[in-house]
Design a protein around this ligand. Structure first.
Ligand code: UDX
Length: 441
Protein backbone atom coordinates (compact mmCIF):
# COMPACT_ATOMS: atom_id res chain seq x y z
CA UNK A 1 0.00 0.00 0.00
CA UNK A 2 1.18 3.57 -0.58
CA UNK A 3 1.64 5.39 2.72
CA UNK A 4 2.88 8.79 3.77
CA UNK A 5 4.44 9.61 7.13
CA UNK A 6 4.32 13.29 8.04
CA UNK A 7 7.09 14.20 10.50
CA UNK A 8 10.32 12.19 10.57
CA UNK A 9 11.49 12.55 14.17
CA UNK A 10 12.00 9.75 16.68
CA UNK A 11 8.48 8.50 15.97
CA UNK A 12 8.01 9.18 12.24
CA UNK A 13 11.41 8.03 10.97
CA UNK A 14 11.07 4.69 12.75
CA UNK A 15 7.45 4.31 11.66
CA UNK A 16 8.28 5.07 8.00
CA UNK A 17 11.18 2.60 7.94
CA UNK A 18 9.13 -0.07 9.74
CA UNK A 19 6.20 0.27 7.35
CA UNK A 20 8.55 -0.02 4.35
CA UNK A 21 10.08 -3.07 6.04
CA UNK A 22 6.57 -4.61 6.12
CA UNK A 23 6.38 -4.19 2.33
CA UNK A 24 4.56 -0.88 1.92
CA UNK A 25 5.63 1.93 -0.36
CA UNK A 26 6.34 4.80 2.00
CA UNK A 27 7.17 8.46 1.62
CA UNK A 28 8.38 10.34 4.69
CA UNK A 29 7.78 14.10 4.69
CA UNK A 30 9.56 16.55 6.98
CA UNK A 31 10.19 20.31 6.83
CA UNK A 32 13.80 19.77 8.00
CA UNK A 33 15.84 19.49 4.77
CA UNK A 34 18.92 18.13 6.58
CA UNK A 35 16.93 15.34 8.20
CA UNK A 36 15.30 14.43 4.88
CA UNK A 37 18.68 14.37 3.16
CA UNK A 38 20.17 12.10 5.81
CA UNK A 39 17.22 9.71 5.79
CA UNK A 40 17.16 9.64 1.99
CA UNK A 41 20.81 8.58 2.00
CA UNK A 42 20.01 5.78 4.45
CA UNK A 43 21.47 7.50 7.51
CA UNK A 44 19.59 7.74 10.80
CA UNK A 45 19.48 11.41 11.93
CA UNK A 46 19.59 10.36 15.60
CA UNK A 47 20.86 7.43 17.65
CA UNK A 48 18.31 4.63 17.75
CA UNK A 49 19.48 1.00 17.91
CA UNK A 50 18.28 -1.01 14.91
CA UNK A 51 17.23 1.98 12.81
CA UNK A 52 20.39 2.19 10.66
CA UNK A 53 20.06 -1.52 9.81
CA UNK A 54 16.37 -1.10 8.99
CA UNK A 55 17.10 1.89 6.73
CA UNK A 56 19.87 -0.01 4.95
CA UNK A 57 17.60 -3.04 4.49
CA UNK A 58 14.78 -1.10 2.86
CA UNK A 59 16.99 1.29 0.89
CA UNK A 60 17.73 -1.32 -1.75
CA UNK A 61 14.03 -2.02 -2.29
CA UNK A 62 13.20 1.54 -3.37
CA UNK A 63 10.10 1.38 -1.16
CA UNK A 64 11.18 4.21 1.14
CA UNK A 65 11.62 7.80 -0.04
CA UNK A 66 11.76 11.13 1.76
CA UNK A 67 10.78 14.64 0.79
CA UNK A 68 10.46 18.16 2.17
CA UNK A 69 7.43 18.72 -0.06
CA UNK A 70 3.98 17.79 1.20
CA UNK A 71 2.92 17.18 -2.41
CA UNK A 72 4.94 13.95 -2.17
CA UNK A 73 2.15 12.61 0.09
CA UNK A 74 -0.35 12.84 -2.79
CA UNK A 75 -1.39 9.40 -3.97
CA UNK A 76 -0.78 7.72 -0.62
CA UNK A 77 -3.84 5.90 0.73
CA UNK A 78 -2.94 6.35 4.38
CA UNK A 79 -1.26 9.43 5.85
CA UNK A 80 0.32 9.03 9.29
CA UNK A 81 0.64 12.22 11.34
CA UNK A 82 3.82 11.84 13.40
CA UNK A 83 4.82 15.40 14.28
CA UNK A 84 5.85 16.51 17.76
CA UNK A 85 3.62 18.10 20.40
CA UNK A 86 6.13 19.73 22.77
CA UNK A 87 5.25 21.64 25.92
CA UNK A 88 4.21 25.21 25.10
CA UNK A 89 6.86 27.67 26.24
CA UNK A 90 6.11 28.89 29.75
CA UNK A 91 2.89 26.85 30.02
CA UNK A 92 1.81 23.29 30.80
CA UNK A 93 -0.28 22.99 27.62
CA UNK A 94 0.84 21.10 24.53
CA UNK A 95 1.97 23.16 21.57
CA UNK A 96 -0.20 21.95 18.71
CA UNK A 97 1.29 24.24 16.07
CA UNK A 98 3.17 21.40 14.35
CA UNK A 99 0.05 19.23 14.19
CA UNK A 100 -1.93 22.13 12.81
CA UNK A 101 0.72 23.11 10.25
CA UNK A 102 1.20 19.53 9.05
CA UNK A 103 -2.54 18.89 8.78
CA UNK A 104 -3.18 22.17 6.96
CA UNK A 105 -0.39 21.43 4.49
CA UNK A 106 -1.64 17.88 3.94
CA UNK A 107 -5.32 18.74 3.36
CA UNK A 108 -5.01 19.80 -0.32
CA UNK A 109 -3.42 16.42 -1.15
CA UNK A 110 -5.98 14.22 0.62
CA UNK A 111 -8.16 12.14 -1.74
CA UNK A 112 -11.60 10.61 -1.14
CA UNK A 113 -11.16 7.22 0.56
CA UNK A 114 -7.82 8.15 2.17
CA UNK A 115 -7.16 7.68 5.86
CA UNK A 116 -5.46 10.33 7.94
CA UNK A 117 -4.04 8.50 10.96
CA UNK A 118 -3.00 10.52 14.00
CA UNK A 119 -0.09 9.02 15.95
CA UNK A 120 1.16 12.13 17.77
CA UNK A 121 0.33 12.50 21.49
CA UNK A 122 -2.37 15.17 21.66
CA UNK A 123 -4.80 16.71 24.15
CA UNK A 124 -8.11 14.85 23.99
CA UNK A 125 -10.42 16.69 21.59
CA UNK A 126 -7.77 17.27 18.92
CA UNK A 127 -8.87 14.27 16.84
CA UNK A 128 -12.47 15.48 16.85
CA UNK A 129 -11.31 18.90 15.56
CA UNK A 130 -9.20 17.35 12.82
CA UNK A 131 -12.04 14.99 11.80
CA UNK A 132 -14.32 18.00 11.41
CA UNK A 133 -11.76 19.61 9.13
CA UNK A 134 -11.74 16.48 6.94
CA UNK A 135 -15.49 16.70 6.34
CA UNK A 136 -16.27 16.99 2.65
CA UNK A 137 -12.95 15.49 1.54
CA UNK A 138 -14.21 11.90 1.60
CA UNK A 139 -11.22 10.97 3.77
CA UNK A 140 -11.48 9.45 7.28
CA UNK A 141 -9.59 10.28 10.44
CA UNK A 142 -8.35 7.49 12.70
CA UNK A 143 -6.56 7.98 16.03
CA UNK A 144 -3.86 5.35 16.44
CA UNK A 145 -1.54 6.32 19.31
CA UNK A 146 2.05 5.15 19.37
CA UNK A 147 3.66 3.71 22.51
CA UNK A 148 7.25 3.28 21.39
CA UNK A 149 10.12 3.78 23.81
CA UNK A 150 13.28 5.43 22.59
CA UNK A 151 16.09 2.91 22.51
CA UNK A 152 13.58 0.17 21.65
CA UNK A 153 11.66 2.07 18.99
CA UNK A 154 12.13 -0.43 16.16
CA UNK A 155 11.22 -3.40 18.32
CA UNK A 156 8.23 -1.56 19.81
CA UNK A 157 6.96 -0.52 16.35
CA UNK A 158 7.27 -3.98 14.81
CA UNK A 159 6.16 -5.86 17.94
CA UNK A 160 3.90 -3.53 19.92
CA UNK A 161 2.20 -4.59 23.16
CA UNK A 162 -1.10 -3.52 21.62
CA UNK A 163 -2.65 -1.53 18.79
CA UNK A 164 -5.36 1.04 19.46
CA UNK A 165 -7.70 2.32 16.73
CA UNK A 166 -9.86 5.31 17.54
CA UNK A 167 -12.59 5.31 14.89
CA UNK A 168 -15.48 7.61 14.02
CA UNK A 169 -18.46 6.31 16.01
CA UNK A 170 -22.23 6.74 16.01
CA UNK A 171 -24.41 7.86 18.91
CA UNK A 172 -24.14 4.40 20.52
CA UNK A 173 -20.36 4.47 20.41
CA UNK A 174 -20.21 1.89 17.61
CA UNK A 175 -17.96 2.50 14.59
CA UNK A 176 -19.80 4.11 11.69
CA UNK A 177 -19.72 2.45 8.25
CA UNK A 178 -16.83 4.79 7.44
CA UNK A 179 -15.13 3.65 10.66
CA UNK A 180 -15.55 -0.03 9.78
CA UNK A 181 -13.98 0.59 6.39
CA UNK A 182 -11.13 2.56 8.00
CA UNK A 183 -10.46 -0.35 10.33
CA UNK A 184 -10.18 -2.73 7.37
CA UNK A 185 -7.64 -0.47 5.69
CA UNK A 186 -5.56 -0.13 8.85
CA UNK A 187 -5.74 -3.89 9.43
CA UNK A 188 -4.26 -4.28 5.97
CA UNK A 189 -1.47 -1.81 6.78
CA UNK A 190 -0.57 -3.60 10.01
CA UNK A 191 -1.18 -7.06 8.55
CA UNK A 192 0.98 -10.00 9.56
CA UNK A 193 3.42 -10.31 11.10
CA UNK A 194 2.71 -7.12 13.01
CA UNK A 195 -0.91 -7.58 14.02
CA UNK A 196 -0.74 -11.36 14.25
CA UNK A 197 -0.74 -11.82 18.01
CA UNK A 198 -1.02 -8.17 18.87
CA UNK A 199 -4.03 -7.29 21.01
CA UNK A 200 -6.21 -4.74 19.22
CA UNK A 201 -8.44 -2.26 21.01
CA UNK A 202 -11.04 -0.68 18.74
CA UNK A 203 -12.66 2.37 20.25
CA UNK A 204 -13.76 5.96 19.77
CA UNK A 205 -11.57 9.03 19.24
CA UNK A 206 -11.70 10.29 22.83
CA UNK A 207 -10.71 6.96 24.36
CA UNK A 208 -7.89 6.44 21.86
CA UNK A 209 -6.41 9.84 22.63
CA UNK A 210 -6.77 9.29 26.39
CA UNK A 211 -5.16 5.84 26.29
CA UNK A 212 -1.82 7.35 25.41
CA UNK A 213 -1.73 10.01 28.10
CA UNK A 214 -3.24 7.63 30.65
CA UNK A 215 -0.49 5.09 29.95
CA UNK A 216 2.26 7.68 30.25
CA UNK A 217 0.69 9.12 33.42
CA UNK A 218 0.59 5.65 34.96
CA UNK A 219 4.25 5.02 34.11
CA UNK A 220 5.27 8.42 35.51
CA UNK A 221 3.24 7.73 38.65
CA UNK A 222 4.90 4.36 39.11
CA UNK A 223 8.36 5.94 38.92
CA UNK A 224 7.41 8.77 41.27
CA UNK A 225 5.81 6.32 43.68
CA UNK A 226 9.08 4.46 44.12
CA UNK A 227 10.99 7.73 44.30
CA UNK A 228 8.62 8.89 47.07
CA UNK A 229 9.43 5.63 48.86
CA UNK A 230 13.11 6.51 48.35
CA UNK A 231 12.50 9.68 50.36
CA UNK A 232 11.02 7.55 53.15
CA UNK A 233 13.98 5.20 52.93
CA UNK A 234 16.37 8.13 53.22
CA UNK A 235 14.55 9.28 56.37
CA UNK A 236 14.62 5.82 57.96
CA UNK A 237 17.80 4.13 56.76
CA UNK A 238 15.87 1.65 54.62
CA UNK A 239 16.92 0.44 51.16
CA UNK A 240 14.56 1.33 48.28
CA UNK A 241 16.05 -1.25 45.92
CA UNK A 242 15.20 -4.11 48.30
CA UNK A 243 11.80 -2.54 48.89
CA UNK A 244 11.14 -2.40 45.12
CA UNK A 245 12.22 -6.03 44.75
CA UNK A 246 9.91 -7.10 47.55
CA UNK A 247 6.80 -5.23 46.41
CA UNK A 248 7.58 -6.02 42.76
CA UNK A 249 7.17 -9.77 43.41
CA UNK A 250 3.47 -9.07 43.80
CA UNK A 251 2.26 -9.68 40.25
CA UNK A 252 -0.34 -6.97 40.70
CA UNK A 253 2.46 -4.46 41.21
CA UNK A 254 5.31 -5.86 39.09
CA UNK A 255 9.00 -4.92 39.30
CA UNK A 256 9.25 -3.04 35.98
CA UNK A 257 9.38 0.77 36.16
CA UNK A 258 10.11 0.62 39.88
CA UNK A 259 13.73 1.72 39.58
CA UNK A 260 14.29 4.54 42.02
CA UNK A 261 16.82 7.17 41.13
CA UNK A 262 17.04 10.47 39.31
CA UNK A 263 13.55 10.01 37.90
CA UNK A 264 11.98 10.45 34.51
CA UNK A 265 12.87 12.87 31.75
CA UNK A 266 12.72 12.83 27.97
CA UNK A 267 10.42 14.21 25.35
CA UNK A 268 7.31 12.36 26.56
CA UNK A 269 6.57 11.65 30.21
CA UNK A 270 7.25 15.12 31.70
CA UNK A 271 5.44 17.13 29.05
CA UNK A 272 2.63 14.60 28.67
CA UNK A 273 1.62 14.67 32.33
CA UNK A 274 1.70 18.48 32.29
CA UNK A 275 -0.35 18.74 29.09
CA UNK A 276 -2.80 16.21 30.55
CA UNK A 277 -3.24 18.35 33.67
CA UNK A 278 -3.75 21.45 31.53
CA UNK A 279 -6.37 19.67 29.42
CA UNK A 280 -8.18 18.38 32.51
CA UNK A 281 -8.35 21.97 33.72
CA UNK A 282 -9.91 23.08 30.44
CA UNK A 283 -12.44 20.27 30.78
CA UNK A 284 -13.32 21.31 34.35
CA UNK A 285 -11.97 18.10 35.91
CA UNK A 286 -8.59 19.31 37.12
CA UNK A 287 -9.10 17.64 40.52
CA UNK A 288 -9.05 14.25 38.81
CA UNK A 289 -5.40 14.80 37.90
CA UNK A 290 -4.16 16.92 40.78
CA UNK A 291 -2.10 13.90 41.91
CA UNK A 292 0.02 14.36 38.78
CA UNK A 293 1.28 17.63 40.28
CA UNK A 294 2.77 15.53 43.08
CA UNK A 295 4.15 13.04 40.57
CA UNK A 296 5.92 15.94 38.84
CA UNK A 297 7.17 17.46 42.14
CA UNK A 298 8.52 14.16 43.48
CA UNK A 299 10.32 13.71 40.18
CA UNK A 300 11.92 17.17 40.24
CA UNK A 301 12.93 16.81 43.93
CA UNK A 302 15.19 13.87 43.05
CA UNK A 303 17.33 16.16 40.92
CA UNK A 304 17.82 18.48 43.89
CA UNK A 305 18.55 15.54 46.20
CA UNK A 306 21.42 14.34 44.01
CA UNK A 307 23.05 17.76 44.20
CA UNK A 308 22.59 17.67 47.99
CA UNK A 309 24.28 14.26 48.12
CA UNK A 310 27.21 15.61 46.11
CA UNK A 311 27.43 18.52 48.55
CA UNK A 312 27.41 16.10 51.50
CA UNK A 313 30.27 14.04 50.15
CA UNK A 314 32.16 17.31 49.52
CA UNK A 315 31.79 18.20 53.22
CA UNK A 316 29.18 20.90 52.73
CA UNK A 317 30.28 22.86 49.67
CA UNK A 318 30.66 22.10 45.99
CA UNK A 319 32.24 25.44 45.13
CA UNK A 320 35.40 24.79 43.14
CA UNK A 321 34.93 21.00 43.29
CA UNK A 322 35.55 18.94 40.18
CA UNK A 323 32.50 16.81 39.42
CA UNK A 324 32.36 14.20 36.68
CA UNK A 325 28.83 13.48 35.43
CA UNK A 326 28.46 10.15 33.63
CA UNK A 327 25.52 10.51 31.25
CA UNK A 328 23.81 13.32 29.36
CA UNK A 329 21.00 11.48 27.56
CA UNK A 330 17.69 11.24 29.44
CA UNK A 331 18.11 7.48 29.42
CA UNK A 332 20.54 4.89 28.05
CA UNK A 333 20.47 3.80 24.39
CA UNK A 334 19.37 7.25 23.28
CA UNK A 335 21.03 10.52 22.29
CA UNK A 336 17.92 12.45 23.32
CA UNK A 337 18.64 15.16 25.89
CA UNK A 338 15.15 16.65 26.16
CA UNK A 339 14.41 17.30 29.83
CA UNK A 340 17.36 15.12 30.76
CA UNK A 341 17.75 14.67 34.53
CA UNK A 342 21.50 14.17 34.00
CA UNK A 343 22.00 17.55 32.33
CA UNK A 344 19.67 19.29 34.74
CA UNK A 345 21.82 18.04 37.65
CA UNK A 346 25.04 18.94 35.83
CA UNK A 347 23.78 22.47 35.14
CA UNK A 348 22.61 22.98 38.75
CA UNK A 349 26.02 21.99 40.10
CA UNK A 350 27.79 24.23 37.60
CA UNK A 351 25.54 27.14 38.61
CA UNK A 352 26.40 26.49 42.24
CA UNK A 353 30.12 26.86 41.53
CA UNK A 354 31.33 23.32 40.78
CA UNK A 355 33.57 22.52 37.79
CA UNK A 356 31.44 19.98 35.96
CA UNK A 357 32.58 17.67 33.18
CA UNK A 358 29.94 15.62 31.40
CA UNK A 359 30.43 12.54 29.27
CA UNK A 360 28.02 10.32 27.35
CA UNK A 361 28.51 7.61 24.72
CA UNK A 362 26.03 9.20 22.28
CA UNK A 363 24.58 12.48 23.50
CA UNK A 364 27.58 14.83 23.88
CA UNK A 365 26.96 16.66 20.58
CA UNK A 366 23.29 17.30 21.42
CA UNK A 367 24.18 18.30 24.97
CA UNK A 368 26.89 20.72 23.87
CA UNK A 369 24.49 22.43 21.46
CA UNK A 370 21.92 23.01 24.22
CA UNK A 371 24.25 23.56 27.22
CA UNK A 372 27.41 25.09 25.73
CA UNK A 373 28.67 26.30 29.13
CA UNK A 374 29.28 22.82 30.51
CA UNK A 375 32.58 21.04 29.90
CA UNK A 376 32.44 17.79 27.95
CA UNK A 377 34.74 14.78 27.70
CA UNK A 378 34.69 12.08 25.06
CA UNK A 379 35.54 9.26 27.45
CA UNK A 380 34.89 8.26 31.05
CA UNK A 381 38.65 8.31 31.67
CA UNK A 382 38.89 11.96 30.58
CA UNK A 383 35.74 12.93 32.48
CA UNK A 384 36.83 11.44 35.80
CA UNK A 385 40.50 12.47 35.66
CA UNK A 386 41.18 14.46 38.83
CA UNK A 387 37.51 14.45 39.89
CA UNK A 388 36.46 15.06 43.51
CA UNK A 389 33.11 13.34 42.93
CA UNK A 390 31.75 11.04 40.21
CA UNK A 391 27.98 11.16 39.58
CA UNK A 392 26.38 8.33 37.63
CA UNK A 393 23.37 10.04 36.05
CA UNK A 394 22.37 7.86 33.07
CA UNK A 395 22.72 4.11 33.44
CA UNK A 396 24.48 3.21 30.18
CA UNK A 397 25.70 -0.38 30.24
CA UNK A 398 29.36 0.72 30.13
CA UNK A 399 28.85 2.86 33.27
CA UNK A 400 27.14 0.03 35.14
CA UNK A 401 30.14 -2.15 34.30
CA UNK A 402 32.81 0.31 35.48
CA UNK A 403 35.56 -1.19 37.58
CA UNK A 404 35.93 0.74 40.86
CA UNK A 405 39.67 -0.06 41.00
CA UNK A 406 40.37 1.30 37.51
CA UNK A 407 38.28 4.44 38.00
CA UNK A 408 39.72 4.87 41.49
CA UNK A 409 43.21 5.23 40.04
CA UNK A 410 42.13 8.27 37.98
CA UNK A 411 40.17 10.43 40.43
CA UNK A 412 41.37 12.87 43.07
CA UNK A 413 38.83 11.69 45.66
CA UNK A 414 37.09 8.32 45.64
CA UNK A 415 33.51 9.53 46.03
CA UNK A 416 30.65 8.32 43.87
CA UNK A 417 26.98 9.30 43.82
CA UNK A 418 24.97 6.61 42.07
CA UNK A 419 21.96 8.48 40.67
CA UNK A 420 20.42 5.35 39.17
CA UNK A 421 21.09 2.68 41.80
CA UNK A 422 22.99 0.50 39.37
CA UNK A 423 26.43 0.13 40.96
CA UNK A 424 27.22 -2.53 43.53
CA UNK A 425 27.78 -0.60 46.78
CA UNK A 426 29.80 -3.43 48.37
CA UNK A 427 32.41 -3.64 45.61
CA UNK A 428 32.79 0.14 45.34
CA UNK A 429 33.16 0.48 49.11
CA UNK A 430 35.61 -2.43 49.15
CA UNK A 431 37.71 -0.52 46.62
CA UNK A 432 37.89 2.41 49.03
CA UNK A 433 35.09 4.56 47.64
CA UNK A 434 32.57 6.65 49.54
CA UNK A 435 29.38 5.38 47.89
CA UNK A 436 26.11 7.35 48.13
CA UNK A 437 22.84 6.65 46.34
CA UNK A 438 19.22 7.74 46.31
CA UNK A 439 17.00 5.89 48.77
CA UNK A 440 19.77 3.69 50.17
CA UNK A 441 21.65 3.84 53.43
C1 UDX B 1 7.91 6.73 27.25
C2 UDX B 1 6.92 5.56 27.30
O1 UDX B 1 7.55 4.45 27.94
C3 UDX B 1 6.47 5.19 25.91
O2 UDX B 1 5.51 4.15 25.97
C4 UDX B 1 5.88 6.42 25.25
O3 UDX B 1 5.51 6.13 23.91
C5 UDX B 1 6.86 7.58 25.27
O4 UDX B 1 7.29 7.83 26.60
P1 UDX B 1 10.50 6.99 26.66
O5 UDX B 1 10.33 8.43 27.03
O6 UDX B 1 11.23 6.65 25.41
O7 UDX B 1 9.06 6.30 26.54
O8 UDX B 1 11.31 6.28 27.84
P2 UDX B 1 11.00 5.31 29.08
O9 UDX B 1 11.76 4.07 28.88
O10 UDX B 1 9.56 5.20 29.34
O11 UDX B 1 11.70 6.12 30.27
C6 UDX B 1 11.23 7.40 30.65
C7 UDX B 1 12.05 7.95 31.78
O12 UDX B 1 11.76 7.29 32.99
C8 UDX B 1 13.56 7.86 31.61
O13 UDX B 1 14.14 9.10 32.00
C9 UDX B 1 13.97 6.75 32.54
O14 UDX B 1 15.28 6.91 33.01
C10 UDX B 1 12.96 6.92 33.65
N1 UDX B 1 12.70 5.69 34.42
C11 UDX B 1 12.16 4.59 33.82
C12 UDX B 1 12.98 5.64 35.80
O15 UDX B 1 13.47 6.63 36.37
N2 UDX B 1 12.72 4.50 36.50
C13 UDX B 1 12.19 3.40 35.92
O16 UDX B 1 11.97 2.40 36.63
C14 UDX B 1 11.90 3.44 34.53
Amino acid sequence: MRLSVIGCGYLGAVHAASMAHLGHEVVGVDVDARKVEQLASGTAPFYEPGLPELLTDVQGTGRLTFSTEMSAAAGARVHFLCVGTPQKHGEFRADLSYVDAAFTALLPFVQPGDLVVGKSTVPVGTAEDLAARLEGTGATLVWNPEFLREGFAVQDTLHPDRLVYGLPTDGDGEPTAEGVRAREVLDEVYATPLADDTPLVVTDYATAQLVKVAANSFLATKISFINAMAELCEATGADVTRLADAIGYDARIGRRFLNAGLGFGGGCLPKDIRAFMARAGELGVDQALSFLKEVDSINMRRRVRVVDLVREVCNGSIVGKRVAVLGAAFKPESDDIRDSPALSVAAQMQLQGAHVTVTDPQAVANARAKWPDLRYAATVEDAVAGADVVVLATEWEQYRALDPQTVGALVAQKAVVDGRNVLDPASWRAAGWTYRALGRP
